[in-house]
Design a protein around this ligand. Sequence first.
Ligand SMILES: Cc1ncc(COP(=O)(O)O)c(C=O)c1O
Length: 375
Amino acid sequence: MMADWSVPLADVIIDEGDLEAVVATYRSGWLSMGPRIEEFEQGFAAYLGVRHAIAVSSGTAALHLMCLASGLGPGDEVVVPSMTFVATVNAVRYTGATPVFADIAGPLEPWLSAPTCEAVIGPRTRAILYVAYGGHAGQLAAVADLAQDRGITLLQDAAHAVGTRLDGHQLGSIGRASAFSFFSNKNLAIGEGGMVTTDDDQLAAAVRLLRSHGMTTLSWDRHRGHAAGYDVVALGFNYRMDEPRAALGRRRLERLDAENAQRAELDARYRQRLADTVACAMAPADGVQPAHHIFTIVLADGVDRTAFREALRDEGVQTSVHYPPAHRFSIHSDDAPQLPLTDAYAATTVTLPLFAHMSLPQQDRVIAAVTASQA
Ligand SMILES: Cc1ncc(COP(=O)(O)O)c(C=O)c1O
């Protein structure tokens, strides 16, 4: 049962048009990959301004296939943040490559920087997997320059960054490839789903092949009479998306920019009204139009975070922590590096509610609860 929050951390509205699109898909009788996937992929590629968008079953699948199709494997090292969802790190390990943790850029900048990446680059570094934390571009431009100078592949975990622009370019069009998530709490939520985007024809072909068992044709090709049989040419997976979710994704893409603009207004209002109370992370930056996936604050030294979150909970305000740092999880901590900025941020950050249709009274309730608890 869902808890009865006055202000949930995130919320999704599925409107009547969405429902009709999904019902029409079920009525069509074709449920797995088919015309709606093609439409969603084409719409997403056009929206980003890239040559290829390949829909898959989750953001994690998108990360895994992007890493594999980039040629990562045993013996390779990949620079990753620890301040991310653990799937970023796991995806590197699935390929046999070794994730190498780098620290975040600063106390209120929870993303990698060129100097923190540079500090861990070695002879075996093949790629940097940059996470646009919160839907902000952060130091991506400088990290991209560094990757280019060093001849290292730049990949992006853009799970938070659907719709983010940097100097007018969609973030997911920067670097060799990007992976998106359409999980239920994301800006473009369809339940479960993901997308790999790239301008690299070879990488795209490899992702398409690996998405469906390494088979050279799809059921949809055979259904349309475009193919009679198939060969299996690689050790692939079943990472396909289904048609109802693609139909929902296509609809939601139409209103993504409008919803991200609503998030931007709420983000600015939080900043303005909390300015004298608490430190807000991820300050606005020139040339960046963020997707505003989440809004995070950083509590002052000595403030009890558990008590703070309980005080907000008592006001019906749901909070979260993005993230427990990946290098501290048992599975990744054998050789835990020193990441002082990551550790400090992880210990003091709190994520406040943010979603496109959050009402001003709901936001005021959050602001009042934060202000009262800091008094
Ligand atoms: C930064 C980041 N990377 C990867 C993922 C994994 O995406 P998914 O849940 O769609 O597998 C998520 C979200 O869950 C995420 O926030």
